[in-house]
Design a protein around this ligand. Structure first.
Ligand code: DC
Length: 221
């Protein structure tokens, strides 16, 4: 891959912990800017789905790497197809959510998905890309790098609302567990990238955040 081509892309990188508003804001910002949107968390979830479907052990590194490399992944119109199977709902379920941490901690799985994310942006000239390492690792030259935060209480409340059968305390516990493992893993931990703008979305309306970020993009173009 010609790495110099990456610095010419119009990429907006959005990182932050679970429930910080990345997906809602990322989608709305992409629409506002007329760019496409990529949810890279869904890509890690797709690998975990593929591991579960193959009845493999998420800690069997060789197997997980092979599955990540061979996986055919189609993401369009809000649907996620893994090797032709519609995994849109299942990748949000508890089984995948439990398995994804181990999958996302492996450096070779990360390298594979990083390459796919760069190719995605190269094919489109850019886009709004959301994840945990987008500004720090995948697109360090993004036009705008944003690190979204929100209080644990607000993040757990949002997640519990998204999935109506989820109970607040379990969601809060799960969030804290995932934040901890995403931030403390050796490979591309969740960090605020150099030059990233930190934005606390606690109590701020989505439309307000989107307008603020669109203004920042316009100032940097
Ligand atoms: O955003 P999410 O909850 O769908 O992400 C699922 C998991 O994938 C989460 O535990 C962190 C991981 N992830 C990652 O390590 N790097 C990314 N760029 C995106 C997600």
């Amino acid at each position: 891959m010609d790495m110099s081509a990456l610095s010419d892309l119009q990429v907006v990188a959005i990182d932050g912990p679970a429930g910080s508003g990345k997906s809602t804001i990322g989608r709305a910002l992409a629409e506002r800017l007329g760019l496409e949107y990529l949810d890279t968390g869904a890509m890690y979830r797709a690998v975990a789905f593929s591991v579960i479907r193959a009845q493999a052990d998420p800690d069997d590194t060789d197997r997980v790497r092979a599955l990540a490399r061979s996986m055919d992944l189609q993401m369009a119109g809000g649907r996620v197809l893994v090797d032709g199977v519609d995994a849109t709902l299942e990748i949000r379920g508890p089984e995948v959510t439990r398995a994804v941490t181990a999958v996302a901690a492996d450096p070779e799985v990360r390298a594979e998905l990083c390459t796919r994310q760069r190719l995605w942006a190269l094919e489109r000239g850019g886009g709004v890309v959301e994840g945990r390492d987008i500004g720090s690792v995948v697109f360090p030259d993004a036009v705008l790098k944003v690190y979204l935060t929100a209080s644990v209480e607000e993040r757990a409340r949002r997640r519990a609302q998204e999935m109506q059968d989820l109970d607040y305390d379990r969601v809060a516990q799960d969030l804290v567990r995932r934040d901890e493992s995403d931030s403390s893993r050796a490979a591309s931990p969740l960090v605020t990238a150099d030059g990233a703008v930190e934005y606390d979305t606690t109590g701020v309306e989505v439309a307000r955040v989107v307008e603020d970020l669109a203004t920042m993009v316009a100032e940097r173009m």
